[in-house]
Every structure is written in structure tokens, then in C-alpha cells.
Write a protein that binds this ligand. Structure first.
Ligand code: SF4
Length: 394
């Protein structure tokens, strides 16, 4: 399986390398497409302001991409490795999420699909996950990540909805049953580690180990992303959305970040032992990611090149394409609706090239996990560190 993946990935990775070195005009299409299929959300998280968006701008909800538009986009896009579904709460599109995934596989040969869920509508989530599994072939991996930011009332408090924790448990129970029939289905959970729960992380991990059957339990450090509107206001923010933007100060800073990242990487090392190969390689990538993210946050600069707008891109619910969700709204490649839904035309546009030049100018740094994973694979020294970790913690 790994060899099959590398056959797809290797020529593309070479293409990104050549493009970043200026030896090729346009990079190949992204191997990771992050796609916010909706910004609707029933959560009221303290780490994010997306849920306020349509309360304050109800007209924008109607502008989200329809299924027929998504199909047209995927028809013009080359093979991708991972469709990373984002939101909002993706399962508020439970009725067509299966078709979206089907099209990603049919037209773009997606090898893996990932989606988080806030677990607030267990029945609909079960319906949506089952629908995806019915519509994708058994050699395509599906991972669903249950968001879990605390235990009991702590979780409800951070996510802003009473009873959310109980629904995480119910969703877990429902989805666990599907694993028997679908070996390509991986059930994960993940904690967004913020200033509100960093000190409770050991007790969260211990509770999860004792009470939940999972393939992986991941943790992401809460960061400020323009997409989540949890950043400082900026002139480039769209006027409609300015009232939603508010920095809530949730990102652990300096030494706290360093301590949490080191705690997490030790946990990831322990977690790798005895796992299936796919899970173990993911955790080895995580270990290397945590080490680098801690270094980046402490030193406030990049350690490796960033391939955003090349290897990865982020399609928003209204058809806009960003290099990443940290630079959302502030650096746009363009809107696919203005390119007749033709991904290739947008990818090779002047606007896209300008964004790439900006990214390559080292103006920013971040601990963004999805981008960091590909940046790792594209950096030979980081690859050696992943392999070392993979074999050491077997
Ligand atoms: S370094 Fe981070 S914020 Fe900057 S372009 Fe890359 S992914 Fe986006």
C-alpha cells in the first residue's frame, strides 16, 4: 500500500520541488485539498468564531458551493492524495457529504479522506459516515476525528453547548459499530489544546485511554487562523466579516507551548507501539511535527520551506481558494466561480502565482499541522527523522 502511495506522490513531490526552485512555471495540482464544505456550525466554541458568521451574515450561507458545483470542480482537478474536509461542522451536510467524497474519489482518485466532527448530531453523523463508506471503494481510507476538548462539563464549557460530551460518547458508540463492516474506516479523536485545557491534558488522555476504543487520539495546539476569525483584526478582512473577527487569546504561548508540545510528542511515541503501519507512520510524522512546531513557536520563524499553494490548498465554502487557512481572506489565489469551475485555470492564474511568490518570501510562520506534514515529506532531513522515529518506537 505504501509503495502504491509513493508511486502517486513521488512525481508530484518532485514537481513542487522544481516549482519552488523556479525550474518549473506552475506546480502540479495539490495533493492535499482542504475543503471547508460548510461554515455552518451548531457549536459555540471558545477557540473559534466561525459559528457567529452566519448569525451575523445570514446571506452568506446561501452562497455556499452546491453539490453540482463541487462535481464540476473535481472534474477539472488532477489526482489528490488526501481530501481533508473542514468546516464548520461537515456533517451538517450529511445528506451530500457521501456524494462529495464519491466525486473526490471518482474524478481525483483521492486515496484518503478525513473529516472532523463536533458530534452534536450523532444520528446524522452516523448516516453521513455510512453513506461515505458505501460510496467510496474499500481501498480508500476514511478517518473521522471526534472533537474532544475536555471531560464532562469541561468539554461542554469549552465547546459552548451543554450535553456535548454525552453526544461525543454516543457518536463514538455509533461509529464504532461501523468499523466491523468497513476495515478502511479509522475512528480517531482529537483535542484542541488551548490555554483553557492545556493543564488538564494528562487527565484527558488518561480518561480516553480507559474509556474509548480509538485508532488514534491526536492533539492539535490551538492556533490563530484567519479562517476561524480568532485573530487580530486586519484591513484585508472582508467588510462583511469584520464584526466576527476577535482574537480570543487561546493559543498557548512561549514556554507553555514548548511544554505542551514536548508532552504530546512523548505521548505520540508511546501511542505508536503495536499500532497498524498506517497509524504508526502518522504518529511518527506527528512526533516530528510537534518538535518542529515547538521550535517554530519559540523562535517565531520557519524551520523548513512552506509549500502552501503548491502541495496544499484550501477551498472555502464560497469557492475561494487560499494557500492555507491561517492566511484565509488575506491571500487569495482566486475564486473558482470566476474561472468557470476550472481548477487548472485558477491554479495557473496570475493571482495564484502572486500568492506563491508571497508564500515563498518567508513572510509568515505557523504550526499548521496539515501543511507541516507535507513540508516534512519534502525535506530530506525531516524524512530521516520520521523514519528513525517509526522504527525506534515499533
Ligand atoms: S507558513 Fe503557515 S501561514 Fe505561512 S503560508 Fe505556510 S501554512 Fe500558511
Amino acid at each position: 500500500m505504501m509503495l502504491e502511495y509513493m508511486k502517486t506522490l513521488a512525481p508530484r513531490l518532485l514537481g513542487y520541488k522544481l516549482a519552488i526552485m523556479g525550474l518549473r512555471k506552475y506546480p502540479p495540482h495539490p495533493v492535499v485539498l482542504n475543503f471547508s464544505i460548510t461554515n455552518k456550525c451548531q457549536s459555540r466554541c471558545k477557540t473559534c468564531n466561525i459559528w457567529e458568521l452566519y448569525q451575523k451574515n445570514p446571506q452568506k450561507e446561501k452562497e455556499e458551493l452546491k453539490l453540482w458545483e463541487i462535481q464540476k470542480i473535481f472534474k477539472t482537478e488532477d489526482d489528490m492524495f488526501l481530501l481533508n474536509i473542514c468546516g464548520g461542522e461537515p456533517f451538517l451536510r450529511h445528506e451530500d457529504i457521501g456524494d462529495i467524497c464519491k466525486y473526490a474519489v471518482r474524478y481525483c482518485n483521492a486515496k484518503a479522506i478525513h473529516s472532523p466532527t463536533n458530534c452534536l448530531a450523532p444520528e446524522n453523523i452516523e448516516y453521513g459516515v455510512k453513506d461515505i463508506l458505501e460510496k467510496i471503494p474499500s481501498n480508500v481510507k476514511l478517518t473521522i476525528k471526534l472533537s474532544l476538548d475536555g471531560i464532562g462539563k469541561d468539554h461542554d464549557e469549552i465547546r459552548g453547548v451543554e450535553g456535548n460530551f454525552k453526544k461525543v460518547q454516543e457518536t463514538h458508540k455509533r461509529l464504532l459499530k461501523l468499523k466491523k463492516d468497513y476495515p478502511n474506516f479509522y475512528l480517531d479523536a482529537g483535542t484542541t489544546v488551548s490555554t483553557m485545557n492545556a493543564h488538564k491534558l494528562p487527565s484527558i488522555i488518561s480518561w480516553v485511554h480507559d474509556n474509548m476504543e480509538l485508532d488514534n487520539f491526536y492533539h492539535e495546539l490551538a492556533d490563530t487562523r484567519a479562517e476561524l476569525f480568532n485573530v487580530d483584526k486586519d484591513d484585508k478582512d472582508p467588510d462583511d466579516f469584520k464584526s466576527v473577527v476577535q482574537n480570543r487569546g487561546v493559543t498557548p504561548t512561549g514556554d507553555q507551548y514548548w511544554d505542551v508540545a514536548h508532552f504530546l510528542l512523548e505521548e505520540a511515541k508511546k501511542d505508536m507501539q503495536g499500532k497498524r503501519a498506517f497509524s504508526r507512520i502518522s504518529q511518527a510524522l506527528r512526533v516530528v511535527y510537534y518538535e518542529r512546531a515547538a521550535w517554530v513557536q519559540k523562535n517565531q520563524k520557519r524551520k523548513v520551506k512552506c509549500y502552501a499553494a503548491m502541495s496544499n490548498a484550501h477551498l472555502n465554502p464560497w469557492g475561494g481558494l487560499w494557500p492555507c487557512n491561517v492566511q484565509a481572506f488575506r491571500h487569495n489565489l482566486g475564486n473558482i466561480r470566476d474561472f468557470d469551475y476550472n481548477f487548472d485555470k485558477l491554479w495557473k492564474s496570475e493571482g495564484a502565482q502572486k500568492v506563491r511568490q508571497w508564500v515563498n518570501g518567508n513572510h509568515c510562520h505557523c504550526p499548521l499541522v496539515g501543511q507541516a506534514m507535507v513540508d516534512t515529506i519534502l525535506d530530506p532531513k525531516e524524512v530521516l527523522r520520521v523514519l528513525y522515529t517509526y522504527f525506534k518506537y515499533k
